[in-house]
Ligand binder design. Structure first.
Ligand code: NAD
Ligand code: GLY
Length: 388
């Protein structure tokens, strides 16, 4: 395999360990990689993707898997968040059944978070669990959704509320696939990267901010001919992935009672507002990461007016979010609708909404909604959403 970096994910007794390989031009060797991640017994593989991604990268992966002696089947779901649902899941399970996948076979997700979440959930429930590999092709999927084993689908009663923890047997990140990623998706992914920077430590925050200054998302494609760019992109993504892996290793199942700074819940920094914005706009207006961009600004402003975050730290967060690319305008979004949407965030424990706030970069804290005056929330909402 070409030169690559490796991040290991070591989990408790009931989950296996796996490795995340990261580099460029790795897809060509995905067959050998899959052989190493799986066992000699794994004979059949279902690649789950969508037509757009498969057209770009599917044949390279299929050929490589076949060269490594896998019998390969391809399931293409429709593109888009609205297809991450029970109907697509049922079609995929039926496809697995028709192609006689056995306990010793595997599913490979080739795509963004939508494909990864659906394919992973199908692998979790088909025959009560078969092996599964992730080949993420969006920035968000590379640094976030492909790592950590959260899988699932959306339903009438909410996003991602039907799912399972099912860790992959391996993750292969070929950063070259980002060359074809639409700009908005890149911006959305970098918002999640800024989120990781904000809650991890100053080093990852600065590395992310410096990268965005040096390689603006506006001209991203043109950097793909630059050798330094690959090295810096791979180092950044490896550091991002290592942070996500560290959190997952510490709190694999997001224990409900944990409220410490290493709880998996801290990955929801920026997400309370993000979920409300997505809901208030019927999930049609924002890319998830874009909504997280506003959510980070909101959580940081809220932290500042509650006098836990210093003005300089707030400025650093505002500055880096200027560099991720343009976020959608929020001037027509009704503030009241957003406030109402907060109470529908079903992922919150009991009736109490939880906010992940910041004491400083790298120091997240979990606050109960009961400890925050409604007037402060409304004031900050107006400030953040009416900025443009
Ligand atoms: P996505 O999967 O919808 O992909 C975004 C778009 O980019 C799609 O149109 C896709 O076809 C296209 N695309 C993907 N790779 C491409 C490439 N290399 N070149 C060109 N086009 C490409 O979106 P996403 O942001 O990757 O994932 C969002 C999903 O991830 C949501 O459903 C969210 O709930 C989920 N998620 C899951 C976790 C987790 O831990 N499991 C974490 C965060 C988000
Ligand atoms: N994206 C949040 C998590 O993996 O927990």
């Amino acid at each position: 395999m070409n030169e690559h970096q490796t991040v290991s994910v070591k989990l408790g007794e009931n989950s296996h360990q796996y490795e995340i390989k990261l580099g460029h031009d790795l897809l060509e060797n995905s067959g050998n990689w899959a052989r190493i991640c799986l066992s000699e017994k794994n004979a059949r593989i279902v690649i789950v993707s969508n037509p757009k991604i498969f057209r770009l990268y599917g044949e390279i992966v299929r050929k490589s898997l076949e060269n490594a002696d896998f019998e390969v089947f391809v399931f293409l779901m429709k593109d888009g968040e609205r297809h991450k649902n029970l109907r697509s899941l049922e079609m995929l399970l039926k496809f697995n059944g028709e192609n006689k996948l056995a306990r010793t076979d595997a599913v490979v997700a080739l795509g963004g978070g939508v494909v990864g979440d659906l394919a992973g959930f199908a692998a979790a429930v088909f025959l009560r669990g078969i092996a599964f590999l992730q080949i993420p092709t969006t920035l968000l999927a590379m640094i976030d959704s492909s790592v950590g084993g959260k899988t699932g689908v959306n339903s009438d009663f909410g996003k991602n509320l039907i799912g399972a923890f099912h860790q992959p047997n391996g993750v292969l990140i070929d950063v070259k696939t980002l060359k074809t990623l639409p700009k908005r998706e890149l911006t959305a992914g970098f918002c999640e990267a800024v989120k990781h920077g904000a809650i991890s430590n100053r080093q990852l925050f600065d590395q992310t901010a410096d990268f965005l200054k040096k390689f603006p998302t506006k001209n991203f494609k043109k950097f793909f001919s630059d050798h330094d760019f690959f090295a810096e992109l791979e180092n950044l993504l490896a550091a991002q992935v290592a942070f996500k892996a560290e959190i997952v290793m510490n709190d694999e199942r997001e224990a409900a009672a944990r409220t410490d700074a290493k709880s998996r819940k801290i990955l929801n920094f920026g997400h309370t507002l993000a979920h409300a914005l997505e809901k208030a706009t019927d999930y049609k207006y924002f890319k998830h990461g874009e909504a997280v961009g506003y959510g980070i600004l909101f959580a940081a402003e809220l932290s500042k007016i509650l006098v836990i975050l210093d003005t300089n730290e707030l400025k650093l967060l505002n500055d880096v979010l200027q560099d991720v690319g343009k976020l959608p305008d929020t001037k027509n979004i009704e503030i009241e609708k957003v406030v109402q949407a907060f109470s529908f965030d079903k992922k919150n424990i009991g009736k109490s909404l939880q906010w992940i706030l910041l004491k400083e970069i790298g120091k997240p804290v979990i606050f109960s909604n009961n400890d925050i005056p409604v007037s402060s929330i409304q004031k900050v909402l107006r400030k953040v959403l009416r900025k443009k």
